[in-house]
Design a protein around this ligand. Structure first.
Ligand code: NAD
Length: 261
């Protein structure tokens, strides 16, 4: 898929790594510009070095509204405005409601949910100045159903999905579209530790009908479609990209059990 992003400018939170970095790559390869808002200076600057005319890195912690406002200002000053935001910054965290430290709960909600609120709040005034724009929030399959032991992450991602619907309702008249993307198991630095445990990886593959993890580039293809006019009638919804992982009821595979008898 080739979409031309000439004269388009995007804020990409978490754009230094994984899914966000794949979006930044695609935009730069297709004539677009992006401001990478991240706390990963090394990877952010390395990406900019590949496309110095089209990219800027602004160190911005998504929990801090003022830092995201500064990233949006940089987009306006350097590239002349902002046409959309991809909110991909996120962290994972294991912990149950009963046992996780309260500070950990606050940290995950701050980055994964409040960070999306902050990025949208910082971006919307600039989108208004362009008479519209597109927001793509990276939620998760874990925001649609729960994963064992991920209380804060599951709650934050569910919040991102409903926040996205709210954004779509409240800003449709301003020509701002908002969608949430819900990936399953994607091979990125975020999943590298869990994915390197054979028992976890193999269990994942058994449950994924396509029997492999997705790639950041595959998720980026969906995101750039949602940024572009090709998706002009899509707003206020969540789109799953998971190789079929979420399609099962988790019932036993009765035909295969019968076949093995
Ligand atoms: N990889 C998967 O399987 C998967 C599945 C579902 C959802 N997601 C979501 O996709 C998004 C991207 O994840 P990824 O897999 O590319 O992970 P990643 O770790 O490769 O990238 C996440 C980026 O977010 C940045 N970040 C973290 N905290 C930040 C903060 N406070 N301020 C600014 N930047 C911050 C990191 O520095 C990193 O560059 C996340 O929101 C994640 O929850 C990933």
């Amino acid at each position: 898929m080739d979409i031309d992003f000439s004269e388009k400018v995007y804020l990409v939170t978490g754009g230094a790594s994984g899914i966000g970095a794949a979006v930044v790559h695609y935009l730069a390869e297709h004539n677009g510009c992006a401001v990478i808002a991240d706390i990963n200076d090394q990877d952010g600057e390395a990406l900019v070095a590949q496309y110095p005319q089209q990219l800027r890195y602004v160190k911005a912690d998504v929990t801090q509204l003022a830092q995201l406002e500064a990233a949006c200002e940089a987009a306006e000053k350097i590239f002349g405005g902002l046409d959309g935001a991809v909110n991909s910054a996120g962290i994972g965290s294991l912990g149950t409601v009963a046992d996780m430290p309260t500070e950990e709960w606050h940290k995950v909600i701050s980055v994964d949910l409040h960070g999306v609120f902050n990025a949208c709040r910082a971006a919307i005034p600039l989108l208004r100045r362009r008479d519209g724009g597109t927001i793509v929030n990276i939620a998760s399959l874990s925001g649609m159903r729960a994963d064992y032991g991920f209380a804060a992450y599951n709650a934050a991602k569910a919040g991102v999905i409903n926040l996205t619907r709210t954004l779509a309702l409240d800003h449709a008249q301003e020509n701002i579209r908002a969608t949430a993307v819900c990936p399953g198991y994607i091979a990125t630095p975020l999943t590298a530790a869990a994915g390197s445990v054979d028992a976890i990886h193999d269990n994942w593959l058994e449950r994924i009908p396509l029997a492999r993890p997705g790639t950041a580039e595959e998720v980026a293809q969906l995101i750039v479609f949602l940024l572009s006019p090709a998706s002009s009638y899509i707003t206020g919804t969540e789109i799953v990209i998971d190789g079929g992982l979420g399609s099962s009821n988790n019932q036993p595979n009765i035909p295969s059990i019968f076949a093995a008898m």
